[in-house]
Structure formats: structure tokens, C-alpha cells
Design a protein. Structure first.
Length: 128
């Protein structure tokens, strides 16, 4: 992987992903479709009505990342929600996700892979 590929993965690790469905789909229909394939996803998910209806994937413990899924018309959006903490002492700070994944851009690379995996699974389930 070249430098530009690495930088693209870093940027994509926090960018929302769009899926174009072959037809209009409601969030409730999407939830039912995903429920039938729940065992294919690494993290469990549930329907949430807080700040609008959406599907919320449980926070990934290693990546400290939660995924929020919305549907409007025929567009499904998968939005990464960073929930990373940090440990600080004497002016020095380190993210807890970096402690779990390794330093450098390893956390972002792993996050990008996870978001891509979930997005592709949803795309396959919805569009066949």
C-alpha cells in the first residue's frame, strides 16, 4: 500500500458511506433485512429513536467506534461515530484506541476496514 492509499484509508475511516439501494427503503424495512442476517455482523445492532430513527451498531470495543445507519429514499448512509477516549498524565496524552490497535495510523486503517466491511454487507443484503 502506497502513501496515498494509506492517507485515503485514514480519511475514509471517519467519512460517512453511501449505499444506493435498488428501490426506496424505510429504516424499518432495512432493520428487518439486517436482522435476518444479524449473525454476519461483528457487532450487534438495534433500532434507535433518539434524534430520529436510525440503526445503531454497538460500540466496537477495540476500535472505539460506533456505526449509525440511516435510510432516506433509496440512499442508505453508514456514519462512523468515534467514541475514543484518552489517557493523560503530565501533559502527555494517548488515545485508548491506539493502545489497543498500535500506534501510527493502525487504528484508522482498522476502522476503515471495519466500516467498509459493514457497508459492503449492507449493500449485498439490500441489493442482492
Amino acid at each position: 500500500m502506497g502513501l496515498l492509499d494509506g492517507l485515503k484509508k485514514v480519511v475514509n475511516s471517519v467519512a460517512p458511506r453511501k449505499i444506493e439501494a435498488s428501490r426506496e427503503i424505510t429504516i424499518e424495512e432495512l432493520y428487518e433485512l439486517l436482522q435476518a442476517h444479524a449473525d454476519e455482523f461483528e457487532m450487534p445492532f438495534k433500532m434507535s429513536n433518539i434524534l430520529g430513527k436510525r440503526i445503531v451498531f454497538k460500540r466496537h470495543p477495540k476500535l472505539e467506534l460506533q456505526l449509525l445507519v440511516t435510510a432516506k429514499g433509496n440512499v442508505i448512509t453508514v456514519t462512523p461515530n468515534d467514541q475514543e477516549g484518552s489517557i493523560e498524565t503530565d501533559g502527555f496524552s494517548i488515545s485508548t484506541a491506539d493502545l489497543k490497535n498500535g500506534f501510527g495510523f493502525q487504528t484508522e486503517f482498522n476502522r476503515d476496514d471495519y466500516v467498509t466491511d459493514v457497508t459492503e454487507k449492507i449493500r449485498k443484503i439490500v441489493n442482492g
